[in-house]
Design a protein around this ligand. Structure first.
Ligand SMILES: N[C@H](CCC[C@H](N)C(=O)O)C(=O)O
Length: 282
């Protein structure tokens, strides 16, 4: 039996098991991550976040992300804010801004004097301007510019990469968006062989959206940092949001601030909370 120290943290209720893989040995392949993620019989979290020494020159740390279903993925925005707070509080660095290597590039989280965290999430990526499909009642049809389900007509699904894949839909009212139905259906759709995070964005005005996200490998979460970034990028590209402005992103768990303009990098700011330290045998 091995004892593993961990810290429970969250960003707007998107919650994490943080593991310092530098000060203690940890092989995620040998760990029962999905069992630990269970909210009744385990520790309970949306993602497990692992701190490792970097492989890339110039990076301070490597950041690995595992969803509640145990799958390793490329990026986690809320987790990045918790990551820098954890690094500082663990005494692993005395820097306030760190350079973090992820599976799909470099991010730079910075601890602000007021305790909030700002993260340069890097530049978004885009797939060819295709509108993938129409979903009616779970079936799929050919390509179309509109998607209709449950009578909800949502224009243009925007595909945005933030290291991880996002499909963002512009809806009239997030409170009655079919988050579970669509979120589930798109995980199985042939258009998304790696599955996908699905965002439902309601535009309040040019610097304010409401957002719900069905996360790949976790289901609907209280907040999704990369989802907030992807939604703002999609909104700016659709000219629904003001390029370069601080956009207020209202999520079920609270508020993030995201800014982006064409050709630039996405900046995201928000809270990071440490809840408790624990130890688990495995
Ligand atoms: N479910 C995501 C990873 C976590 C992203 C989210 N928790 C965030 O804050 O960005 C994926 O499979 O790509």
């Amino acid at each position: 039996m091995t004892m593993l120290k961990f810290t429970k943290m969250h960003g707007l209720g998107n919650d994490f098991m943080m593991v310092d893989g530098i000060s203690q040995p940890f092989d995620p392949a040998a760990a029962p991550i999905a069992a630990w993620a269970d909210r009744r019989t385990g520790i309970g979290f949306d993602q497990l976040l692992l701190v490792e020494r970097p492989a890339r020159a110039g990076a301070d740390f490597r950041y690995r992300i595992f969803n509640a279903d145990g799958g390793e993925v490329e990026q986690c925005g809320n987790g990045a804010r918790c990551f820098v707070k954890f690094i500082i509080e663990q005494g692993l660095s005395d820097k306030r801004e760190i350079v973090v290597e992820t599976a799909k590039g470099i991010i730079k989280p910075r601890m602000n004097d007021d305790g909030s965290v700002t993260v340069n999430m890097g530049a978004p990526t885009f797939v060819p301007e295709e509108i993938p499909f129409v979903l009616r009642g779970g079936e799929t049809a050919g390509a179309s510019s509109h998607i209709v389900v449950n009578g909800l007509d949502s224009a243009e699904m925007s595909m945005v990469g933030m290291g991880n894949p996002h499909a963002v839909m512009w809806v009239g009212d997030v409170d009655d968006a079919p988050v579970e139905g669509w979120g589930e259906a798109l995980q199985r759709h042939p258009r998304f062989p790696e599955r996908v995070n699905v965002g439902f964005m309601q535009v309040v005005d040019k610097t304010h959206i409401k957002l719900r996200v069905y996360e790949r490998g976790a289901g609907e979460t209280q907040a999704c940092g990369t989802g907030a970034c992807a939604a703002v990028v999609a909104g700016v590209r659709l000219n629904l949001l003001e390029a370069g402005a601080d956009v207020r992103v209202d999520l079920p768990g609270g508020e993030l601030t995201v800014s982006w303009q064409e050709g630039g990098e996405v900046m995201m700011s928000g809270p990071a909370v440490r809840v408790f330290d624990g130890e688990v045998a495995y």
